[in-house]
Design a protein around this ligand. Structure first.
Ligand code: EPZ
Length: 452
């Protein structure tokens, strides 16, 4: 039986959602983006470091947020609704050790648990981190995290079901040079160094806007953090931190996704809450690909500017073109006349989603070891992949299965761009990164039913 759309939100359905999507209808209307998943979840972990309660505002209703909330609760943090919709209050006064089994049961399919290491070591002297989940987009090792934690003085013990950490002599500031500007490892260092004894110097740090927002959160808590323009972050450890009151930075990944949906379906979408400054690189590529946008006080309006154009894009760490932006863009590029190339330089397995687009009629050739030809801005990494997209190719409906968060979004957008009906399975994974996804699709005039 078909579920009425207004009764359905992805975040409230556990798993196995299947959509029947009838495409070929441009998306029109307004969607609002809230706090960034990739800040909110980290700022929630930071509440463990404070002596008093913290308030986080604009917290998105996502399954990753629910995972972090329940992990905090398992450790004794009291989480309650705040004084406005979307605000959560975290009271860490009764933080306590949790049992392995409990932590494991609440860790879900998320990678955020690894960031509990530093705060739990400071609070409790030990931490247990279960095997990590997250999108299957590459090996996603945690060696940078563990190497950094060891430099702070943590003892890391590998167990069959995860890792156990202890800090018999406390945590001390360290000099750390990351082999790659990893977002997670930079956050790991920040969350550990703020209360470590002495100074920490972090080189080759990631400087994504969400990291800058996390630094702002930590500074509100009493941390002393400065940074230099060359990816160097300096942290002077302090003995105690207090709670914070903070409104999360907007979700620029979600904003870019809806912008690409307007581009692919030839529609017009106003993304409320989107800001230009954090999206400069995306907006440049969007414009080069034939997109038009108007930056307004309360958001950005996106649509096409005549015919689409092929582009050559390299994903990179900030301030480069984010790896999370390429999947929805690729759908639009299937409709651009000519040859586009997307070089994926951050993850080694982030082109798997293109197989479904090919099934729908797209002409995409994936080079699993990247393309050697032509000058490149980003130095080649061993794990690089490249997709060559030749368009325009009309897309037709097909039965497809969502592979991961951003790839899954691109599948839905491809189905909305295609003529005929598509059956898209496993869309519940989108609840990890897109709040009220089905409601937003409905608001934009998408023609679909929830069939499973
Ligand atoms: C964050 O992942 C985001 N996730 C990802 O968003 C995002 O794609 C990524 O940063 C890049 O911007 C969250 O914030 C929860 P990394 P993270 O550490 O921190 C390698 C989404 O869809 N690496 O910057 O896990 C790694 O394999 C998600 O919202 C190591 O080799 O990414 C990758 O090749 C998906 N060893 C590269 O670094 C390590 O110890 C970048 O990873 C850590 C990372």
């Amino acid at each position: 039986m078909t579920t009425p759309l207004h009764e359905t939100t992805l975040a409230s359905k556990p798993s196995g959602d299947v959509l029947a999507i009838r495409g070929g209808r441009p998306l029109h209307g307004r969607v609002d983006v809230k706090g960034a998943k990739n800040l909110a979840t980290k700022a929630m972990v930071a509440t463990l470091l404070g002596e008093t309660a913290s308030t986080l505002r604009d917290v998105p209703d996502l399954s990753d947020v629910a995972v972090v909330r329940s992990l905090l609760e398992v450790h004794g943090v009291r989480v309650t609704e705040g004084d406005e919709p979307g605000a959560l209050v975290f009271d860490p006064s009764d933080v306590e050790s949790a049992h392995f089994e409990e932590i494991d049961a609440h860790a879900g399919a998320s990678r955020i648990p690894i960031l509990f290491c530093g705060p739990l070591l400071h609070r409790l002297g030990q931490a247990f981190i279960p095997d990590l989940g997250g999108c299957r987009i590459g090996d996603r090792p945690i060696d940078f995290h563990l190497d950094a934690l060891r430099k702070f003085g943590a003892v890391v013990e590998k167990l069959p079901s995860g890792i156990r950490l202890s800090a018999p002599n406390g945590l001390k500031g360290a000099n750390i040079h990351l082999p790659y500007p990893s977002v997670g490892a930079t956050e790991q260092v920040l969350l550990t160094a703020v209360r470590a004894q002495g100074q920490t110097e972090l080189r080759n740090a990631a400087i994504e806007p969400e990291i800058m927002d996390l630094i702002a959160v930590l500074q509100k808590m009493g941390a002393i953090i400065s940074y230099e323009p060359n990816r160097v972050i300096l942290i002077e450890g302090v003995e105690t931190l207090r709670g914070y009151d903070h409104r999360s930075i907007f979700d620029r990944n979600e904003a870019a996704s809806w912008a690409c949906a307007a581009l692919a379906t030839d529609g017009e979408i106003f993304v409320g809450g989107a800001k230009q400054q954090e999206m400069l690189t995306f907006l440049n590529v969007f414009r080069k690909a034939g997109g038009w946008f108007d930056v307004r006080e309360d958001g950005i309006l996106f649509r096409r500017d005549g015919e689409l154009k092929p582009v050559i894009v390299e994903t990179d760490v900030h301030p480069g073109f984010m790896t999370d932006w390429q999947q929805p863009l690729v759908v639009a590029l299937t409709q651009a006349p000519g040859r586009s190339v997307v070089h994926e330089t951050v993850y080694e397995n982030r082109m798997g989603f293109t197989a479904a687009l090919v099934k729908m009629g797209a002409d995409i050739v994936v080079h699993p070891h990247g393309l050697q030809d032509g000058p490149r801005r980003v130095a080649r990494r061993d794990l690089e992949q490249a997709a060559v997209i030749t368009g325009p190719t009309p897309l037709h409906g097909a039965d497809i299965v969502v592979p991961d968060l951003r790839g899954g979004y691109s599948h839905v957008i491809a189905a909305l761009t295609a003529t005929g009906e598509s059956k898209v399975s496993g869309v519940d994974i989108l609840s990890r990164g897109y709040e009220k996804f089905l409601d937003k699709l409905t608001a934009l005039g998408a023609d679909f039913d929830v069939i499973g």
